[in-house]
Design a protein around this ligand. Structure first.
Ligand SMILES: C[S@@+](CC[C@H](N)C(=O)[O-])C[C@H]1O[C@@H](n2cnc3c(N)ncnc32)[C@H](O)[C@@H]1O
Length: 239
C-alpha cells in the first residue's frame, strides 16, 4: 500500500477526531467494566512508525546551531532527534525526483533522512552520481550501506549514520528531502547558508516553508497523488 508521510502526520480534522476518539476508548471501556475493545476502523498514527533499535547519532562533518534544540520530545533514546518516520518514497516518485533535478554523473546528491537508501542508490546506479545518504536510524543506515556494497555502488555511495542537522551539506549539488514541515523549516536556514548557488533541492510531498519552487509536479503512484517541488539556490528564497 502506498502511504504518504503527510497523511500519517498531518491528519485531516476528521482523522484527528477519530484519533482522539480511539485514544479515549480504553479509558471509556475500562470505566464501563469492559476490556480490550478492538480499535476498528484502524487509523494511522505515530504507532505505525516502525520501531527499530538504534544508537545515539554519531553526527558528521560539522555542527549547526539549529541542531541544538531537539525537535522530538521522545523519551526513547532511539527516537531522539528523529524529525520524520521512515516512510519510503515510491520508486517511480524517486525516479521523477532525480529527473526533475536533472541529475548527472557530475552531481553530488545528498538525501537528508535517507531511509533505506533508495534515492542515493538510484542516483548512483542510474546516473553515476556521487551520492550521500544521511540517516539517523542505525539499522536503516547499515542496510543501505550493505545494499550499496551488494550493487557495487560503494565507490559512489556514502551513508552517514547520524543527524542530518549536524551534517555538512556544503559538497552537495542536489539535495533531496522527504521530511515533515517543521523539519524542513528548521533545515532551510542551513541550506540557505551552506549550499552553493545553482544547487537544486527537491522536496517530496512536503514543501520547504517560505521557499518558492522553480518547478513543481504531481504524479499518481499506486493510486496515490504525490507532489514534487524543485527549488534552486538562491533563486527560491531570494526574491
Ligand atoms: C520519510 S523517510 C524518507 C526516506 C527516504 N528519503 C525516502 O524518500 O524514501 C524520513 C527518514 O528520515 C530519517 N530521519 C528522521 N530524523 C532524522 C535526523 N534528525 N537525521 C537523519 N535522519 C533522520 C528517518 O529515520 C527516515 O528514515
Amino acid at each position: 500500500m502506498n502511504i504518504r508521510l503527510s497523511e500519517i502526520l498531518t491528519p485531516s480534522k476528521g482523522v484527528m477526531a477519530l484519533i482522539m476518539l480511539f485514544t479515549m476508548l480504553p479509558v471509556i471501556s475500562i470505566g464501563a467494566g469492559q476490556q480490550d475493545s478492538p480499535r476498528t476502523p484502524r487509523v494511522y498514527t505515530n504507532d505505525d512508525i516502525p520501531s527499530r533499535s538504534q544508537s545515539a547519532p554519531v553526527g558528521a562533518a560539522s555542527t549547526n546551531e539549529a541542531s541544538k534544540d531537539s525537535e522530538t520530545a521522545s523519551s526513547n533514546p532511539a527516537e531522539v532527534g528523529k524529525v520524520a518516520p521512515f516512510v519510503p518514497t515510491p520508486m517511480d516518485v524517486v525516479e521523477k525526483m532525480l529527473e526533475i533535478a536533472k541529475v548527472t554523473s557530475a552531481d553530488v546528491v545528498y538525501d537528508l533522512g535517507s531511509g533505506d537508501g533508495r534515492i542515493v542508490l538510484t542516483a548512483a546506479e542510474k546516473y553515476g552520481a556521487k551520492a550521500v545518504g544521511v540517516e539517523l536510524d542505525k539499522d536503516l543506515a547499515t542496510e543501505s550501506e550493505a545494499e550499496a556494497k551488494r550493487r557495487n555502488l560503494d565507490k559512489l555511495v556514502t551513508i552517514i549514520q547520524g543527524d542530518l542537522f549536524l551534517t555538512n551539506v556544503k559538497p552537495a549539488s542536489v539535495v533531496t528531502v522527504y521530511l515533515l514541515q517543521a523539519a524542513n523549516r528548521k533545515l532551510s536556514p542551513i541550506l540557505e547558508k551552506d549550499l552553493k548557488p545553482g544547487t537544486r533541492v527537491v522536496a517530496h510531498d512536503i514543501r520547504i516553508p517560505d521557499w518558492k519552487p522553480v518547478e513543481e509536479l504531481s504524479l499518481k503512484s499506486d493510486g496515490v497523488q504525490h507532489f514534487i517541488y524543485l527549488y534552486r539556490i538562491p533563486d527560491s528564497f531570494k526574491q
